[in-house]
Design a protein around this ligand. Structure first.
Ligand SMILES: Nc1ncnc2c1ncn2[C@@H]1O[C@H](COP(=O)(O)OP(=O)(O)O)[C@@H](O)[C@H]1O
Ligand SMILES: [Mg+2]
Length: 366
């Protein structure tokens, strides 16, 4: 982290398009040198937020500060900000070299300096062999790297990335995730990366801001978001396969609490909860925290029946019927062999990893 001079501060930003409120009091802060991800579904307002930071959208409320300067007054060119769009359109009639050089020429950078910077960026992104070719002759991954290079060649202090991997195939997405981490490490640049893909956000972001309907609703490290989602919305956005949510009721018992669930009762004495009893709740357990077999030291056990199996590659997802309640369990592929539909099994819910939410508000209880 740097001296904070290039922190990005977004405060209560509102942006409307006619009757649609795209940003509805959005606030978050990105520290200088940080890799920050905005994670939100389609239409959450990710693109609008990045465009507003770039100066491409006028705000209807709130403010954006970068390096202590209010961006409303700053000219777009002088912001020290570059954005990579989801559709990384290159200039098709210009060679890769000319695509890199163009923004610098427009900014009046001397020819010698342009040559040096283009060489540096081409090396950094490993596209030196493509410099004299037209974009249409490059692979999708190479085109993407050139688009990144074209943003980096201006040496922005802040790089905005809007779903830059969405149009790439799965293998390339995997490799490019690693590439972005490397670039961030080598350049020490502040990066703000918007994505609907929780895997991208959790693997790359040092912190992740989870978006819902034009706001950031929770900011935390990937690990903390996963371990303590503040509500059922965040719990559902973070972690794959998605968390199981089972309706239950809180009951007072011997001076403590228990949760009545469709398939049995769970002691809740260990949880610091402030309830009076009788509250409807949603009990959350991730498919990876439903354990196969009897593990009394890990948590309570139940009998279940395998309903369906879904191989996902290295893990298999099992749809279970636990005394009438549906629940999903994730197992390493080899451990799921032989567990076909109809198989009766024992499962244990890992007590340290379960979550409890208010049924009505969805807010986390424990
Ligand atoms: N130029 C526009 N005109 C009208 N509505 C827009 C415009 N840009 C975005 N919106 C609306 O604003 C909301 C947020 O859009 P967007 O920022 O593109 O979300 P995301 O990038 O998260 O998918 C959506 O409802 C979208 O339809
Ligand atoms: Mg978008």
């Amino acid at each position: 982290m740097g001296d904070g001079l290039a922190d990005l501060i977004v405060q209560d930003v509102v942006k409307r398009f006619g009757r649609v409120t795209a940003l509805d009091g959005m606030s978050f802060e990105v520290r200088e040198g940080e890799f920050y991800c905005l994670l939100g579904p389609s239409s959450a307002g990710k693109t609008t937020m990045l465009r507003a930071i770039s100066g491409l959208e006028q705000l209807d409320g709130g403010r954006i500060l970068f390096g202590g300067r209010d961006m409303a007054a700053a000219p777009i060119q002088g912001r020290g900000i570059a954005m990579i769009f989801q559709t990384f359109a290159l200039y098709p009639h210009l060679t890769v070299r000319a695509n890199f050089a163009y923004p610098l020429e427009r900014a009046g950078v001397p020819a010698q300096e342009i040559r040096t910077r283009v060489g540096e960026v081409a090396e950094l992104l490993r596209v030196g062999h493509t410099l004299d070719r037209l974009p249409s002759t490059l692979s999708g991954g190479e085109q993407q790297r050139v688009a990144i290079g074209r943003a980096l060649v201006r040496r922005p202090q802040l790089l905005l990335l809007d779903e830059p991997l969405t149009n790439l195939d799965a293998k390339l997405r995997h490799d490019t995730r690693a590439e972005f981490k490397r670039l961030h490490r080598e350049l020490g640049m502040t990066m703000l990366y918007a994505t609907p893909d929780q895997l991208e956000a959790l693997t790359m972001g040092q912190r992740v801001g989870v978006m819902q309907a034009g706001r950031v609703v929770q900011v935390d490290t990937p690990r903390s978001l996963y371990a303590a989602p503040q509500d059922t919305y965040v719990a559902g956005m973070v972690g794959s396969p998605a968390i199981n949510l089972v309706p239950g009721t809180i009951r007072r018992r011997d001076g403590g609490f228990a949760v009545d669930l469709p398939f049995g009762t769970l002691p809740a004495d260990a949880w610091r909860i402030h309830l009076s009893g009788g509250e409807p709740v949603l009990f959350g357990v991730r498919p990876h925290d439903v354990l196969l077999g009897h593990h009394p030291t890990r948590g309570p056990g139940f009998t279940a029946t395998v309903h369906l199996t879904e191989p996902l590659g290295d893990v298999t997802l099992l749809d279970l019927d636990v005394n009438g309640a549906a629940m999903k369990m994730a197992l390493p592929e080899e451990r799921a062999l032989g567990l076909g539909p109809g198989t009766p099994i024992e499962v244990t819910l890992s007590a340290a990893d379960v979550h409890l939410f208010h049924a009505e508000t969805g807010v986390r209880i424990a």
